[in-house]
Design a protein around this ligand. Sequence first.
Ligand SMILES: Nc1ncnc2c1ncn2[C@@H]1O[C@H](COP(=O)(O)OP(=O)(O)O)[C@@H](O)[C@H]1O
Ligand SMILES: [Mg+2]
Length: 320
Amino acid sequence: MSNSIEANGLTKRYGDKLAVNSLDLDIDGEIYGLLGPNGSGKTTTVNLLTTMLSITAGSASVCGYDVRTQPKKVRECISYIPQYIAADIKLTGRENVTLFAELYGIRDASERKRKVDECLEIMGLSDRADDITKSYSGGMNRRLEIAQALVHDPRVLFLDEPTVGLDVSGRRSIWEHILKLKRSGMTIFVTTHQMEEAEHYCNRVGIIRVGNKIEEGRPSELVDRMNDVVSIGSNGDLPSSLKDRVTVLKVEDREITFLPDESLSPEDISRAYTSAGIEVFSKSVRRPTLEDVFLLSINSGTEDIGEWDRNQFRNMMRRR
Ligand SMILES: Nc1ncnc2c1ncn2[C@@H]1O[C@H](COP(=O)(O)OP(=O)(O)O)[C@@H](O)[C@H]1O
Ligand SMILES: [Mg+2]
C-alpha cells in the first residue's frame, strides 16, 4: 500500500483569488517541506490534500485514494495537525490522547490504553502523561498534538507550521520526533517558513510563491546549484551600475546580501562601489544556504511567475 501524495494541476480559487495554482506533487516515504512566504498557499494546499477544502481544478490522491471522490478513505490513512489547535488544558496529557482514541473509535479499553501509552511514549511524554497539560511547555503541547494524531496509525502525517512559537529546544525536539516517525515508515508533509529547519530536516522541499511551485529538490541540491552570495556592509545603497547585474536577497541595517550575475567578478563589485563613492565596511563571499535559495526564488521577478521568469530563475540557479 502506498503512502504517497500525488497532485496534478492542483488548483484552488477563492472567488477571483488564485490561492494554489496548478501544483504538481509526488511524495513518498520522506519528509517533504512545503516552503513559502505568508499567503503563498501552504495551508490551502494542506487543506486540499487532507480533504478539508474542495478542489477547484486538477486532482490529488493520498495513499492511493482520490481526495475528491474518496475523502473518507483518505481521512482514514492520514492525520492532520493544523497550525492552530489546542489540547484541553484542564485534562492531563493521557486524557487528551485517550479522547482522540475514543474519537477514532478504539472501543476496546485495554487496546485503547495500550495505544495511548504507545503514542505518549513515541512522543516522549510518558513521564508527564498524568500532569494537566496546562503545565506543559509549548513544545510539549505540540508533541501532545502529534501523539493525538498518531492513535489511528496514520500512514501520512500532515503538519502545518509545527514549530511556530516554540523555543530552540522545543523546535529541535519536534523535529527529532518527526524524524523518528519518518524512520518508522510514515510519509510526512510539513509546511514551514523556517529555512534552517527545512534545510536540516527535510529530505526534499518545494518552494511556492503565489500558489506556484518554483523550485523543488533536496536542500543540498538546491544549495549546490546556486552561486556564491555576496554580503556588503556600506554607508550607501547598492550602486546603480550593479542594479541590473545582481539579485538582491536581503537588506539588513547597512548590509546588503545579493547574488551577482555570472559575468560579475569580485573586482567588478568593488570597483562599482568605489566609482559610486560608497564606503565599504565589510565584504564577505560565502556559499548559499537554503534561506538564500528561498529568498532568490521569491525575490526574482515581481508579478506572477510566467515562463520567462522561471527560465531566468533557472539560469541564476545554475552554477558557474
Ligand atoms: N477562506 C479564504 N477565503 C479567501 N481567501 C483565502 C481564504 N483562505 C486563504 N485565502 C487566501 O489565499 C492565499 C493563501 O493563503 P494560505 O494558504 O493561508 O497561505 P499560507 O499558509 O502560505 O500563509 C492568501 O492570499 C489568503 O489570503
Ligand atoms: Mg498557513
